[in-house]
Design a protein around this ligand. Sequence first.
Ligand code: SF4
Length: 474
Amino acid sequence: MKATSDRFVGNAREALADGRLQAALNNFTHTFPEKRRLVVDAVPEFDRLRDIGIGIKTHVLDNLDFYLERFEARVIEAGGTVHWCRDAAEARARILELCQAAGARTVTKSKSMVGEEIAINEHLEANGLEAIETDLGEYIIQIRGESPSHILVPAIHLSGEEIAGTFKEKHGDLPPDRELNEPEAILREARAVLREKFLAADVGLTGANMLIAETGSAVVVTNEGNADLIMTLPRTHIVLASIEKVLPTLEDAATLLRLLSRSATGQDISAYTTFATGPRRENEPDGPQDFHVVLLDNGRSRMLNGDFREMLRCIRCGACLNHCPVYAGIGGHAYGWVYSGPMGSVLTPNLLGAKEAADLPNASTFCGKCQEICPMRIPLPDMMRRLREAQFTGGGPAAKGRPFLRLWARLARHPGLYHRVMALGIGAMRLLAGKRGRFRRLPLATGWTGPRDLPAPEGRTFQAQWAERRRSGR
Ligand code: SF4
């Protein structure tokens, strides 16, 4: 997936003006937070679980090399192979080699954000392989030639009508007058089309929500069961996962699973949670003949030793997206790369570089909701603030406001003058706003007034009201 994070402001403007997208987002951002609230309220020990989960992830990050080596040893004992990849190019090349060694023509895939991160589909297709997404949302956006707009619900930006239209256009061998008005009909059609692909696949490529060091297992969580078919039907199963996904024990995985599904989709538990350990054994009826794990670093080691280490606790639940007012307004495509919302605003600059994602840390109101609901209590606002500081000192977009801040600071050093200027400014704004009491457009605040009106200030300044209260002894 090509990064366009540097076009965030333009992307956001387009998203705000897109009525269909706004309707889809409005629907989604009201349902997910409510579902989460209900299931979390039903677990009185949820906060205690968060503490335990944070403890597990912190311990892993402190001992990452140890647990990764233990994981590799267990995978080998189970008959599999681990491939260590420093960056996206290495991971792409290794996966292609494995597919070619398996004589693959068709590769079935389950949803994997790391797969998006390294653009594996594009690479396989460019080398003559057919890579098929089998998660319904991912399949829909794949045939539309789009990227995911949410890390969990990739097609959340689309209406049922748009999806039906896409199916009619892309499944050209089916009767054109078939009914696709109901979600069940769309689902039935996707299932029939994908069934052929499941059966034809030579290689199955999955992500992993967790890797278990004590058993060498990859844990894959879905609600559709597609990953289970990918793991069992093809001859070769390749797991693609980033290094911070490793956990010490199965018990640790059980703790994080309780946090993950509740935070992600508002479910007590996802429909399918599968533990894949090595290739098929002699007495087993199904499973792959070859089992590979491609372990990707791609900048995580650098993060481990820096200010953004805590971001590696992220379990990709998507809760920070679902509760973010900025994401709710613009959706995921505006962020221009794989990761969106508050977690994307921190992760993307770390993985792609601050220049590529310069505006993302500014895509926050700092309301603090993301940190409040994050099951790993990742200090996302603090991290965005740190990225803004780095931009400011490094002369990035945040530094554009420097002359204005300098003027403000000079003024604030003289309280009497400051109060007078503020009182004058407020009076002038009230006059200019007139009877409407709001501005459609303000020359020095077009970023604010482009998508919304700015209400004119009401009453007097805070300082004037405060001074009056003191004078009257209230
Ligand atoms: S940052 Fe927190 S809330 Fe956001 S996806 Fe990661 S774990 Fe979930």
